[in-house]
Design a protein around this ligand. Structure first.
Ligand code: ZN
Length: 381
């Protein structure tokens, strides 16, 4: 099924584009044409769960008018996380959040862990022990049972050990953040300055509540913190004989299917790309707000997320501007946009790329199915 011959490979992010205000662009034209409804019906079995979830359990209105504020909320401050934080700090915050998601720790626990890490290490991982024997993100000591030096120096392990200790504390959810932090560390915990910063960072990760809200559907996160972006099957492969420049894979996805972040990271691109040009989100009306065709080039409405290790994921052909903005941090499985057919596309689907390197270029694209399998996420073909 030829859906997408090539996607745009922008050489760099449109840095000037900052993103729209919360709520802007939500609730635009949602009426489906007869043809689109037919296409939706064909694919609806694969996505009925997500539609049920997004319609608040009623399963009504496939047009997606009830995408619901709970599932696609934007944080009030898109730059809450990156403001004043280095890439390393943001990356370590993402690791702490991912570990919390994987262990099903409520987001209030993420606040405790990040606030503790901010005070202990400034979220800069220390791989060698200090004079007092502490190292890692949380100033943990091997002698206190946090693990070996190598384990503590490994941020996912350090975060996991922190959460294990937190979950052992009776009534931790009723404690003040600083008190819970102190109890876990059995020494100095954190203070209000870091608690406030940690709260705004976690809010940036969750978009207020998305990702944790049962109404938005349950998402399975792998042990390494990855998940599939949409529930549909893969209908077109990576660099096939027919499409050697196809730098990603295509998922079957009905219009308005919720697209989720494949892993935690920072949004680095959110833009309209059509016929060789880029239009920022603020450019209205946008040429990407109408369905594309195989005769024009471009990713249409698309976004990119930079993950730890400089892995980049790319999501193309959205029905409207992404629900997240450049600079915003997202958690694995967080809703980031809605599927469509903008740009170089003949039918509604999700074009998905993985790049090993930042910025994403054609030469560093890798086969997403194998990449995700290595992360414990198995796709259907
Ligand atoms: Zn494609």
């Amino acid at each position: 099924m030829v859906i997408d011959e090539r996607s745009a490979a922008p050489r760099r992010t449109v840095a000037a584009q900052v993103g729209r205000r919360p709520g802007e662009g939500i609730g635009g034209t949602l009426a489906l044409t007869g043809a689109a409804l037919l296409a939706t019906a064909i694919l609806v079995t694969a996505t009925v769960f997500s539609f049920t979830a997004l319609a608040g359990g009623t399963g009504a209105d496939l047009g997606g008018a009830d995408t619901g504020p709970n599932c696609l909320t934007m944080p009030g401050s898109p730059d809450a996380l990156r403001a004043g934080l280095s890439v390393e700090q943001a990356s370590n915050a993402a690791i702490i959040v991912t570990a919390g998601q994987r262990m099903r720790v409520p987001s209030s626990g993420w606040v405790i862990a990040i606030a503790t890490g901010l005070r202990a290490s400034g979220l800069i991982n220390r791989t060698a022990a200090a004079e007092d024997g502490t190292l890692g993100l949380f100033d943990q000591r091997p002698a206190q049972g946090w693990g070996t030096v190598d384990e503590i120096a490994d941020p996912p392990h350090a975060a996991g050990a922190f959460y294990e200790a937190l979950l052992r504390i009776d009534g931790w959810q009723a404690m003040a953040v600083a008190e819970a932090s102190r109890t876990v560390r059995q020494s100095a915990g954190t203070d209000e300055r870091f608690v406030a910063q940690a709260r705004s960072m976690v809010a940036a990760f969750t978009g207020g509540n998305a990702g944790n809200d049962p109404a938005c559907g349950q998402v399975t996160i792998s042990a390494t913190g990855w998940t599939r972006p949409v529930p549909g099957e893969v209908i077109s492969g990576f660099r096939t004989r027919e499409l050697p420049k196809h730098q990603g894979i295509d998922f079957a996805a009905a219009r308005y299917t919720i697209i989720r972040a494949a892993s935690a990271g920072t949004v680095v691109t959110a833009v309209c790309n059509i016929a060789g040009r880029f239009y920022p989100v603020a450019h209205t009306p946008s040429p990407c707000d109408t369905d594309g065709s195989p005769d024009i080039g471009g990713c249409g409405w698309y976004l990119e997320i930079q993950h730890s290790g400089d892995i980049v994921s790319r999501y193309c052909h959205l029905v409207r501007a992404p629900e997240v903005a450049i600079g915003q941090t997202v958690s694995a499985g967080q809703p980031i946009g809605l599927a469509g057919t903008s740009g170089h596309s003949s039918a509604t689907h999700l074009h998905f790329e993985i790049h090993k390197g930042y910025p994403a270029e054609p030469h560093n694209a890798t086969e997403p199915t194998a990449f995700l399998a290595d992360q414990g996420v198995v796709l259907d073909h």
